[in-house]
Ligand binder design. Structure first.
Ligand code: CP
Length: 307
């Protein structure tokens, strides 16, 4: 029987699936706040295999697994410190690790790597970011954050700002939006970093209205969610190209003055210079609350997949 992999956000693109995860995440949040011991994953081992750097995704998955009573084995720099360095294929590495662990969380610089790994694995593979393709668990925790902060997702105006070309979180989030009604999307990026055509086609096919803009000022007064991403140095062929585009957008006090009182600012993090530190103290800055929500959503996912 094929294990229950999590490769693309499309697997959750229904209200029923999303509500199921969010309800479970809410339960996890309450249990953690009440210091209730959980044992949903007792006796299970999670392998976190990261061929690209991470702070939030790896640590929050590992924290989630420990909070569910499970154990973790990890390769935090698999490109250097696993046998990938000796030339071992991703298929062979994952086939072997799937004999040691009950599930594998994989981050890899290549688009399609999670899918390739899932075909080689005997146990569930969870995509923790595959090149500039997708980052489905981040998209789930982002929507969980929006619902928690604003009480709904239906009828909201959401701006995605920054690197929409390589921004894998934005791609996964777009796959989830058809589950909600009345959502309007603003896509704000430099021309070189516009959302790839396939995602725009997806929005059109699902009847989600969107507007492409270059200037953040044109949207900031109209949105309920201002979600910004960094320009990712590691995705560019040359340093010059990156230098030209970094700093295209900065959220600072001037932007805050234009933003609705009830709006929220989100960022999957890490940030470089696209949100000024002066914004951190504003109640609308939701990005550190968003990061914390990653634990609860990933607990819910591990319970769903392993327990
Ligand atoms: N948001 C996110 O994926 O962060 P990390 O790269 O630190 O895991």
């Amino acid at each position: 029987m094929r294990p229950r992999h999590l490769i693309t956000a499309k697997e959750f693109a229904s209200k029923e699936a999303l509500n199921g995860i969010f309800e479970s995440a809410k339960g996890m949040e309450t249990a953690v706040a009440e210091r209730k011991p959980l044992n949903n994953c007792a006796g299970k081992i999670l392998a976190t295999v990261f061929y690209e750097p991470s702070t939030r995704t790896r640590f929050s998955f590992e924290t989630a697994m420990y909070k569910l009573g499970g154990d973790v084995i990890t390769s935090e720099n698999a490109a250097e410190f696993s046998s990938a360095k000796k030339g071992e294929s991703i298929e062979d590495a994952i086939r072997v690790i799937s004999d040691y662990a009950d599930a594998i969380v994989l981050r890899h610089p290549s688009a399609g790597a999670a899918e390739t790994a899932s075909r080689a694995s005997l146990v569930p593979v969870i995509n923790a970011g595959s090149g500039s393709d997708e980052h489905p668990t981040q998209a789930l925790l982002d929507l969980y954050t929006i619902e928690k902060e604003l009480g709904k997702i239906d009828d909201l105006s959401i701006a995605f700002v920054g690197d929409l070309r390589f921004g894998r979180t934005v791609h996964s989030t777009i796959y989830l939006l058809p589950a909600y009604r009345g959502v309007k999307v603003y896509l704000i990026s430099p021309e070189e970093l516009q959302l790839p055509e396939e995602y725009k086609t997806y929005l059109k096919e699902h009847g989600i209205p969107f507007e492409e803009l270059k200037d953040i000022k044109e949207a900031v007064r109209r949105v309920d969610v201002l979600s910004i991403t960094r320009v990712q140095q590691e995705r560019f062929a040359s340093r010059e190209e990156y230098e030209k585009l970094k700093g295209s957008y900065v959220i600072d006090n001037a932007v805050l003055q234009e933003l609705k009182d009830r709006a929220i600012i989100m960022h999957p993090l890490p940030r470089i210079d696209e949100i000024a530190k002066e914004v951190d103290g504003d109640v609308r800055a939701a990005y550190f609350r968003q990061t914390k929500n990653g634990i609860y959503v990933r607990m819910a996912l591990l319970k769903m997949i392993l327990a």
